[in-house]
Design a protein around this ligand. Structure first.
Ligand SMILES: [Zn+2]
Length: 328
């Protein structure tokens, strides 16, 4: 069956929303607080592809869902778009240097990749579940626009001074830091893995790499549909960066970010078991480099549920005319 343009239309056989008549009940009781969003449950044997702009995003946003899919006979693959190496403050703390060199940034990325493998191991996955595309941290939004094709030189990272992924990590031979190369690599991975669920950041995520991740996945899905029109993929969004969310409160559960609508599906809660919560927190603790500089940020996601939504539209045309993610 050809994948329809709107995610909610194609998802009925994949994910089942348990919706209660909470709106009506709350209204009858005259409560002012918003009712909780409906819950998301996962079918057994799912094939889950998680797209993480940086090492740690997969655990922050999806660490519980990853465990559930793995525990219910599914297969999980996590694709890291960057190594998260372009973080001067983090490198300064890690290496005790005021002006990090290209080599320092590359070393920082290496550490973060190792941490990602340790976090995935804690979540129950082996190293083969991880794919590191090694694209430039902080540069993805520019690849959507200025550095799209061979019409100009590839983007060069101001941190690592590299303009392409290492040969050993190229999914498509001769890839460089160009948008069309990243789309092709993602399309290759999606076409080969054939996920039943893809989880990727929302385009409203205020980190430019996260926003760009959405555009690249949507563009790759368009390419995949041409070759595999039979694939039915449920596309879910997660969010990590949105104003002060989720730090406006310290309640154990995670509400949706204030001021952000829940896309086509409305917000979907994914409640975690006590064991899943403990394991997720332990996995977050594997990110030693990040805990050193922003443990408050990571711990803010160690709640009793995760929260997802479905995109209103699953298409994006790249390259974009402007820079919708860089300008955020
Ligand atoms: Zn991130």
């Amino acid at each position: 069956m050809r994948v329809a343009a709107v995610g909610a239309v194609v998802t009925t056989t994949l994910l089942f929303i348990v919706s209660q008549d909470v709106n009506g009940a709350a209204a009858r009781r005259g409560r002012s607080r918003q009712p909780p969003p409906p819950s998301l449950t996962v079918p057994t044997g799912a094939r889950l592809l998680v797209v993480a702009p940086h090492p740690d995003d997969e655990t922050l946003g999806v660490g519980g869902l990853i465990q559930r899919v793995h525990a219910t006979g599914g297969i999980v693959k996590v694709v890291y778009l960057t190594d998260g190496e372009g973080y001067p403050e983090g490198v300064q703390v890690e290496d005790h240097v005021e002006s990090p060199s290209a080599s320092d940034y590359r070393g920082y990325g290496r550490r973060r990749r190792h941490e990602a493998l340790a976090a995935l191991h804690t979540l129950g996955l082996d190293a083969a579940s991880a794919t590191f595309l090694r694209f430039p941290d902080g540069g993805l939004c520019q690849l959507m626009h200025r550095y799209w094709s061979e019409k100009r030189a590839a983007y060069r990272s101001p941190y690592t001074r590299l303009d392409r992924p290492p040969k050993s990590d190229m999914i498509v031979p001769d890839s460089e830091y160009r948008g069309e190369d990243l789309t092709q690599e993602l399309a290759r991975i999606i076409g080969e893995f054939q996920p039943t669920i893809i989880v990727v950041p929302r385009k409203e995520d205020q980190h430019a790499d996260h926003c760009a991740a959405w555009f690249f996945v949507a563009d790759a899905l368009t390419a995949v549909r041409r070759v595999h029109p039979e694939l039915t993929i449920d596309v879910l969004n997660y969010i990590v960066h949105f104003n002060a969310w989720p730090f406006g409160d310290d309640r154990p559960d995670l509400d949706a970010p204030p001021g952000l609508r829940g896309g086509a599906s409305g917000w979907l809660r994914f409640p975690l078991t006590p064991e899943e919560i403990r394991t997720k927190r332990k996995a977050l603790g594997r990110y030693d480099t990040q805990m050193k500089v922003m443990d408050w940020f990571l711990k803010g996601f160690g709640r009793t549920n995760e929260i997802f939504s479905r995109p209103a539209t699953r298409t994006a045309t790249l390259p974009t005319r402007g820079s919708p993610c860089c300008d955020q």
